[in-house]
Design a protein around this ligand. Structure first.
Ligand code: C2E
Ligand code: MG
Ligand code: MG
Ligand code: MG
Length: 283
């Protein structure tokens, strides 16, 4: 309302609620500026194959280097970017950057290691009628190969309109891009729908891994989820593995891959090839 009255509106805000709205407005214009000023950057977290002990994949994770506030994690700006639709240009920027980065890596030695790179796709992006067209265009423009990539999509996004999801996933899969269901267990998957989705991978949310050693319920959930994923012919990744005990638990239950601080934190792009050559590729 204050906006409509002209001026900058600030003097109309007095309550705490309005103060928060102002802070949000500020963050929103900050986000817009950040996109123009190229303040975002991408880190990559290794995903380790439990059988070979090698790096099987990398997940691209966006960060914001704010000139005053320092590095801001995605949990603090992705939700707002989604609300304001800024996720569309941001998500496209991330995808383009990752595609370009992978072209450079493949020119420099990642090719023979068959490391797949995962990109998070938000609901807003996935819902765009021209999402697949956008992906195709970026592949063409950058020269990146579809089979290098996997899209991570959360279960609520996938379950929203299952018929449409199936059609879109088929198009993505036809391009040669793999699809993972992200944060599995935190949303509302219908198991009967799950079996109809053309997925490649299920990622168990880190909240179930966190207390695996002290909480019998979490152990039961993780064991059952791994078993179900295998029955459905999906690869399964445990997220947020921080300790040897957590690693041992999912290893014993035949989980395919782990991602977590126990093995490696998200890395700046220029550290990835080294990590790949050194401790993650010795076997
Ligand atoms: P996510 O897709 O589930 O990504 C995994 C998150 O878990 C990352 O947090 C990662 O740093 C963190 N993580 C990995 N291993 C461990 C561990 O052992 N312990 C703990 N405590 N955390 C671990 P991050 O980078 O802060 O990202 C948070 C979320 O932001 C992501 O969750 C994803 O939903 C979203 N996000 C990140 N980048 C993008 C992006 O480019 N596009 C979209 N749409 N969302 C993104
Ligand atoms: Mg993810
Ligand atoms: Mg996740
Ligand atoms: Mg595997």
């Amino acid at each position: 309302a204050a906006k409509e009255e002209g001026g900058n509106g600030f003097r109309f805000y007095s309550s705490e609620m309005n103060a928060r709205a102002v802070a949000r407005m500020d963050l929103e214009s900050n986000l817009r500026r950040a996109l123009d000023e190229k303040e975002f950057f991408i880190e990559y977290q290794p995903q380790i194959d439990l059988v070979s002990n090698r790096m099987a994949g990398l997940e691209a994770l966006v960060r914001w280097r704010h000139p005053q506030l320092g590095v801001i994690p995605p949990a603090q700006f992705i939700p707002l970017a989604e609300e304001t639709n800024l996720i569309l240009p941001l998500g496209e920027w991330v995808m383009e950057q990752v595609f370009l980065q992978c072209c450079r890596w493949h020119a420099n030695g990642l090719a023979n290691r068959q490391v797949r790179v995962a990109i998070n796709v938000s609901g807003r992006q996935f819902d765009q009628a021209d999402f697949v067209e956008m992906v195709k265009r970026l592949l063409q423009q950058t020269g990146a190969k579809a089979h290098w990539f996997e899209f991570e999509i959360t279960e609520n996004v996938l379950m929203k309109d299952v018929q449409r999801t199936i059609a879109t996933l088929r198009q993505i899969r036809e391009l040669g891009i793999h699809v993972a269901i992200d944060d599995f267990g935190t949303g509302y998957s219908s198991l009967s729908c799950l079996k109809h989705l053309p997925l490649n991978r299920l990622k168990i949310d880190k909240s179930f891994i966190a207390d695996i050693q002290t909480n019998a319920d979490d152990r039961a959930i993780v064991s059952a989820t791994i078993a179900m994923a295998k029955r459905l012919d999906l690869e399964v990744t445990a997220e947020g593995v921080e300790t040897e005990g957590q690693y041992g638990f999912v290893y014993q239950r035949d989980c395919d891959e782990v991602q977590g601080f126990y093995f490696c934190r998200p890395l700046p792009a220029d550290k990835v090839l080294d990590a790949c050559r050194k401790h993650l590729d010795e076997s």
